[in-house]
Unconditional design. Structure first.
Length: 361
């Protein structure tokens, strides 16, 4: 009898231990999810307004799930304006990372309340960033008159610059894949080890076109945009899949009227690459559009046409396309939202000056 009672006590204790472990695990996972979003789940979109370069009046707007927009949220959270322009930004593990120039800095905010956690300075003209192995990697072009640039490695835990690598071309976009960093360098693409900053692979792009930005398809292949200009400064170029096993670019597709900055996105299932178009040279009221390239059929189609688009992005859940008429950078932007077929969903909301980066959780 005593042995049976002892056995029962052991079973009860073991069960209680396992149950407590499960409950703690559930609690930890719930906390982790909350920490990842840091409150950003309540927003349909976080809008980065680049601002006018001469006035350094970049700002942040939020669009809630009821369709209400709030401007100047950085200023409201921190008591003063950002005093810079926002080149790019993204959310990583509950932090909203803003890559800014004029004033040159990287501003790291809490993604829930937009309060500044820390600021990193010392990089001239930072451009775009990506996370690999827990570090932030940022491209920089300190002098546009020179064919050179840098990739900086930033220790976010210590809030400081660790090291950098110099490149022989002007880098723009940057992306991480399989623990490596991929960056453009003029007409070349380089695969960089994030620990040592050693260049492990080099791919030559098509012709003399410059590498701009990157995205990933449904098979986790990286695609890059390649841009050149004709004698009238009209952009020409296209996209191609990167193949580091063969050190080559595959499936190059020339795209009609692709915009010179070469930003890329995808539809939710990542079977189509989305890009911006313009017709003619840059003007304050340039004719703009958003088009898609179907990877399987190798066909392109226009989704939306309009005026004054600059940046855009695609909601990875709904497929809605977010862009804005920047109104010549002279006043606040008009936020524009379309469904995946190009039907207007919102055309009467006002964001900040130069609304161009749209962040979804």
């Amino acid at each position: 009898m005593k042995r049976k009672n002892l056995f029962r006590q052991i079973c009860v204790i073991a069960y209680a231990t396992i149950l407590a472990s499960i409950l703690n695990s559930c609690k930890d996972n719930s906390d982790d999810e909350s920490n990842d979003s840091q409150g950003s789940a309540k927003y349909a979109c976080i809008i980065l307004n680049q601002g006018n370069y001469s006035e350094a009046n970049g700002s942040i707007s939020t669009l809630d799930k009821d369709g209400n927009i709030t401007n100047q949220v950085y200023k409201s959270a921190n008591g003063s304006a950002l005093a810079s322009i926002i080149e790019s930004g993204f959310i990583d593990r509950g932090k909203l990372i803003l890559i800014c120039n004029n004033e040159d800095k990287i501003e790291v905010l809490n993604a829930g309340d937009f309060k500044t956690l820390f600021t990193i300075k010392g990089i001239v003209t930072p451009r775009y960033g990506a996370i690999a192995e827990g570090s932030l990697f940022v491209t920089s072009v300190p002098d546009w008159a020179k064919q050179e640039g840098y990739v900086y490695k930033i220790n976010l835990a210590a809030a400081k610059i660790d090291t950098f690598i110099k490149l022989d071309g002007q880098p723009e976009g940057i992306i991480s894949q399989n623990g490596k960093i991929i960056v453009g360098e003029g007409s070349k693409i380089k695969l960089i080890n994030p620990t040592t900053l050693e260049v492990e692979k080099v791919i030559k792009g098509p012709g003399a076109l410059s590498v701009k930005h990157f995205t990933k398809d449904s098979d986790n292949n990286v695609w890059a945009s390649f841009i050149g200009y004709d004698e009238y400064y009209n952009a020409t170029g296209g996209i191609s899949q990167l193949n580091f096993s063969k050190d080559s670019v595959d499936n190059y597709a020339q795209l009609s009227n692709i915009a010179g900055e070469g930003h890329l996105s995808t539809n939710p299932d990542k079977t189509e690459i989305i890009y911006r178009t313009i017709v003619g040279a840059y003007t304050p009221d340039e004719k703009s559009g958003i088009s898609s390239y179907d990877i399987s059929s190798k066909s392109e189609k226009e989704i939306v046409s309009g005026d004054g688009f600059y940046g855009f992005n695609v909601d990875p859940k709904s497929g809605d396309i977010y862009t804005a008429n920047i109104n010549g950078w002279l006043t606040n932007s008009t936020l524009l939202i379309y469904d995946a077929q190009g039907n207007a969903k919102s055309t009467d909301l006002t964001a900040g000056v130069g609304a161009c980066r749209f962040i979804f959780q």
